[in-house]
Design a protein around this ligand. Sequence first.
Ligand code: SAH
Ligand code: F3S
Length: 482
Amino acid sequence: MEKIIDEGKQGEALLTINKKENTRKLFIESYGCQMNFSDSEIVASILAKEGYNTTQKMEEADLVLVNTCSIRDKAEQTVRKRLQQYQAVKRKHNPKMKVGVLGCMAERLKEKFLEEEKIVDLVVGPDAYKDFPNLLEEIDAGRDAVNVILSKEETYADITPVRLHTNGVTAFVSITRGCDNMCTFCVVPFTRGRERSREPQSILKEIANLVKNGYKEVTLLGQNVDSYLWYGGGLKKDFKNATEIQKATAVDFAQLLDMVAIKFPKMRIRFSTSNPHDMHLEVIETMAKHQNICNYLHLPVQSGSNRILKLMNRQHTREEYMELIDNIYKIIPDISLSQDMIAGFPTETEADHQDTLSLIKYVKYDYGFMFAYSERPGTMAGRKMEDDVPLDVKKRRLQEIIDLQRAVGHEQLKKHVGRTEEVLIERTSKKSKDEWAGRNSQNNMVVFPKENYKIGDFVMVKINDCTTATFKGVAVGYSENN
Ligand code: SAH
Ligand code: F3S
């Protein structure tokens, strides 16, 4: 029990109420990767136990939380601008509101955040969300609160996420946290800590719960899903010290996928993100074995140049990556692939850049996420390498990569025209209220007239046309998966 002022009844006496009652309002928003969106659902669940209901209106929130991204400087600037907007709302409409920052920027900047952004009352790193009850007491007492301790164990396996902004059809389930790969450009190992895997039974339990609630597709999430390894808990790098029993009963990613696919035959399964170095062909074989695992793979490579890959500390060569791609196409000819690329990494030459372009042509990705290199403080590249590719060169190379990817992607997409493919309906099309939008197995967006179908239906759609990123089609009936 604790005393709080009921703002709605000013002038009345202090109300003594139970903290656990649903009396307070939480506004939470997320920037950056899917993991942040998934983490916000964990935070909402932890705060629900503390009496917070979510609201879409910042003006009425007692607590405003922003789950932040540090991956590029621009991502951080976006959050800082957003904090200024919070400031304006607080001044104008909601003087009582408290503001907290979560996620990677919280971890990176720590207490410095409180100095740099006066609006911030609370700073919580990605492994510290269970400390919210204590941190809330601090801010209730008028003190700033910070917890940015990274963990070797925390996977939030015991928390049932509160699904935010859900379409009721697709959901994320996190399976690993952190990353041990230490790519020299990347801030994630510093902000999300060491890699650890979540207990398989808790993953299956969460998916069972989703099935019960009518969800039809799940995306298993991790910074690096292919290195999933459960052997009883703890860091992956400590596996070498595991007992013989732990080693014998360990579950790797291919086995986890197999378990999920068998246990939930009606559920569509996706996963993200894969890392070429940790990807094993057993994963691809498992995908091929189960029709409910989607034929889509996000396989970031960052550069096509061996010299740059080495400087990035990516643990594979261009040739090894190409061989992996060859094998993947051999096992699943119909698979669609997507990439992440970085243009203008330190010392990148025109020849290196040409290697990136030729790799895109070789692999034939459907699409990609392409960025200009952004130096991140604290990373190996940030400390040891000069950010020496001029901005205009970076921009031009990035544009060339984007243009080529678009052209290659379009050729890939055209192959689907004329086929009839299974689509899971997710929502109304943004362009027309009379059309549904959903994705095929390869993760391409498909829109088609609604007829009598509904959200969550698996429908066979004849693909008639394709724009740059979307197919147009007509439903020809339910799929047998329905
Ligand atoms: N395995 C992770 C990768 C996280 S970062 C995942 O789950 O997606 C996502 C992408 O951001 C990377 O693949 C990389 O292409 C890009 N990126 C990371 N650090 C960057 C930097 N310093 N500058 C530009 N792009 C970066
Ligand atoms: Fe970052 Fe490389 Fe891990 S890109 S998230 S350090 S695989």
